[in-house]
Structure formats: C-alpha cells, structure tokens
Design a protein. Structure first.
Length: 66
C-alpha cells in the first residue's frame, strides 16, 4: 500500500516537473525522475523520498536547460 501511494506521488512529481520544464521532452523528465527515485531503492525510511526525488530531479533538469 505504501509503495503504491509513493509511486502516485512520484507520478505527480513527474507531472509538475514536466509543466515546469516544457522545453525538456516528457520522456527525459520521466527518466530523470526515475533515476533519482532509484537512488532510494531499499532505503528503510520513505517519508521524504518524494521530496528528495523532486529536488534532485529539479537540479538535474536545471543543468540540462543551462
């Protein structure tokens, strides 16, 4: 149940970032978010994972558009 809820929030992160970075192809946004999300595989504390994923993905996307 938690994993499903977490995935829903990650999907919302993808949507937010795709709107924020319209010049980046949607597939690339998905890839960047999934790469950031994968860094947290197996970590026991999940409360802030979506926040950390969004921050990391935002940073990576900013580097792409500069």
């Amino acid at each position: 149940m938690i994993e499903s809820s977490e995935r829903t929030v990650i999907d919302q992160v993808v949507d937010r970032l795709a709107r924020k970075y319209p010049s980046v192809p949607g597939e690339k946004v998905v890839d960047v978010v999934n790469d950031c999300y994968a860094r947290f595989d197996g970590r026991p504390i999940r409360d802030f994972v979506p926040l950390f994923v969004e921050r990391g993905a935002r940073s990576a996307l900013n580097e792409l558009i500069v």
